[in-house]
Write a protein that binds this ligand. Structure first.
Ligand code: GDG
Length: 553
């Protein structure tokens, strides 16, 4: 079993890119600068005490202890550097550092404008610059229409099969087009005329590939779509179904987590545009251009999560936490999600309620920690689901609460990864109950952090992760009765079976980590470049073993 490390992956990517520069494009930035009130603790030398900042990037948050704060000071405020990095931004940062490329992203933080040069560039990481971050500016109206509007009130529910939540407003669409055009214009400015690979991330930038292709036909363009692609019967309701597909077919390579999402996309391209599709080869030809469509199941930095869970004093923290009245249950479960209607938090809670009804011996003995991270709170559907979740929590706690605490310990806040790792490690079970989910990284993080292999994962069959995690207990979150039964199965499973299942899951993830994902994506890209322009990338062959053939699915 081979395990890719950050360093090896970065080296491979440099060699797979060959002579090409890399421009990465995402909505969220890997480093941001914000005006912050100064912490009261100031050292004798005047340097503020080390701080930790937080951000939410829609895909994850990471709190980073900051060794230094920018020297820029105004009155009692200072500019502080944040790394609003989810799994993906943390994984891509070392790659960008190795490639010395350019990362184009929305400069959203309060001091972002004050920290760029005349070209809107900032060298990052600030303490040891290795690559360029180019910031794109959006007005508040654009953010409302593009981000909260079309991206998160139309595309997000559409792709997650929640048509009742989807709002299709021409005004939002107009801003979505506008912002995609701004990103494309900025990428074109960053292009220096050299061979260049542009790598776009996610559903915020669906129109960008074709816009870029039109401006600079020679670019190699690829895109990773982090959420599901819906079946045609659903997709067809979108008033701009043609335009979105035409945008994405500007790519040379389009990646999804699962084969099923690739198949859905190809069917949509065929039925909506009449594009020429070769489903077996994973290829679509439209307007004289070929796009390869491939599954690349994303993963986590497995070793980093193991290290976090094994960290110094984690065992002590667990002992301390379990002694607190709110968590002093012999059996403890955990759920961690952005507070999003796709994550099935209400179904999960109702299954726990049903379980406690059916098996009263567990009343007062079973507790559940639900970490719900605030997300997209400007959107009405998110406010509604929050109310619903909190209503169910209150009901369960009043029905089953004992003297010390109710069974559901609900935290509506961001929690540092190091603390998440403590919860993951101490839990007897974790519940992932997504109604539909591209992948779900929480399921994978829980597995990595299960140092003692005592816990059991209950994972929705509708999360992409389920395809790889056959040794978890797979559940249908719409079937509350069965989920309650599966919870009983988990709790009554023998320690030997728990260890066996967890060991199999861990073995799989140790190998299929985020770095393998990166190398797989870039290997495919190198094959496409070779096919397109005969750039013989011997590096692909040098990687040996599992080089994917272009025509195999
Ligand atoms: C999309 C797709 C796909 C959660 N709470 C806290 C926190 N998190 C971190 C977790 C994890 C991430 O956020 C959430 O992972 P998901 O996979 O559920 O992500 P989505 O936001 O829905 O993102 C999803 C993903 O993209 C990647 O392609 O898997 O299907 O929907 O990493 O650890 N992090 C911190 N505090 C929290 O309270 N620091």
């Amino acid at each position: 079993m081979s395990q890719w490390t950050a360093m090896q992956a970065a080296e491979s990517l440099v060699s797979l890119l060959g002579d090409a520069r890399l421009i990465l494009v995402s909505n969220r930035e890997p480093y941001s600068h914000g005006w912050r009130r100064q912490a009261p603790a100031v050292s004798a030398g005047g340097a503020p005490a080390p701080a930790s900042t937080t951000g939410w990037n829609g895909g994850g948050v990471r709190h980073v202890p900051l060794p230094q704060v920018s020297p820029l000071l105004q009155d009692n405020t200072a500019i502080r550097l944040s790394r609003p990095a989810g799994g993906l931004t943390s994984a891509l940062d070392p790659v960008m550092q190795a490639c010395h490329g350019t990362w184009v992203a929305w400069g959203h933080d309060s001091a972002d404008r004050q920290t760029v040069d005349a070209q809107d560039h900032v060298a990052v990481p600030p303490d040891d610059p290795q690559y360029t971050l180019r910031r794109v500016w959006l007005s508040e109206t654009q953010v409302r229409g593009f981000y909260y509007g079309f991206a998160n009130s139309a595309l997000w529910p559409l792709c997650h099969l929640h048509l009742e939540q989807a709002i299709f407003k021409p005004r939002h669409w107009h801003h979505y087009q506008d912002v995609n055009a701004s990103f494309a214009a900025v990428v074109a400015e960053e292009w220096s005329g050299e061979p260049t690979v542009v790598w776009l991330q996610d559903y915020h930038l669906a129109l960008c590939p074709a816009m870029l292709r039109q401006r600079i036909p020679d670019l190699t363009i690829m895109h990773f779509w982090h959420i599901p692609w819906p079946p045609w019967e659903i997709y067809r309701v979108c008033p701009w179904r043609r335009e979105l597909l035409e945008g994405l077919l500007g790519n040379d390579l389009l990646g999804f987590h699962l084969e099923q999402y690739c198949r859905n996309f190809l069917e949509c391209a065929e039925r909506t545009l009449g594009a020429q599709v070769d489903a077996a080869a994973g290829m679509v030809e439209y307007a004289g251009h070929v796009t390869w469509v491939r599954p690349f199941p994303i993963s986590i930095d497995y070793d980093a999560w193991v290290q976090l869970a094994r960290g110094r004093r984690v065992a002590d923290k667990i002992t301390h936490l379990r002694a607190q009245p709110a968590l002093a249950f012999p059996v403890l479960g955990v759920g961690v999600d952005r507070l999003d209607y796709t994550k099935g938090i209400v179904s999960r809670l109702e299954a726990i309620e049903r379980f406690l009804d059916k098996y009263p011996a567990y009343q007062g003995r079973l507790g559940f920690v639900q970490i719900a991270v605030p997300s997209r709170t400007q959107i009405e559907a998110y406010r509604r689901v929050k109310e619903h979740v909190e209503g169910v929590v209150a009901r369960i706690n009043s029905r089953f609460g004992m003297a010390a605490a109710g069974p559901i310990h609900y935290r509506y806040e961001q929690v540092e990864p190091a603390e998440l790792a403590v919860y993951y490690r101490m839990a007897d079970f974790a519940m992932v109950t997504s109604l539909h989910d591209g992948m779900n990284l929480v399921a994978k993080e829980f597995i990595a952090a299960q140092v003692e292999r005592r816990g059991v994962l209950l994972c929705s069959e509708f999360a992409g992760a389920a395809e790889e995690l056959g040794n978890a207990l797979l559940i249908n979150p719409y079937d509350i009765e069965r989920v309650a039964e599966t919870l009983r199965q988990a709790l009554e499973m023998s320690p030997e079976e728990k260890v066996y299942r967890m060991a199999c899951l861990q073995e799989h993830l140790a190998e299929h980590n985020i770095y393998k994902w990166l190398v797989d994506v870039f290997t495919m890209l190198a094959l496409i470049r070779e096919e397109n322009d005969g750039t013989a990338l011997t590096a692909v062959a040098a990687l040996g073993g599992s080089t994917p053939a272009l025509y195999s699915v």
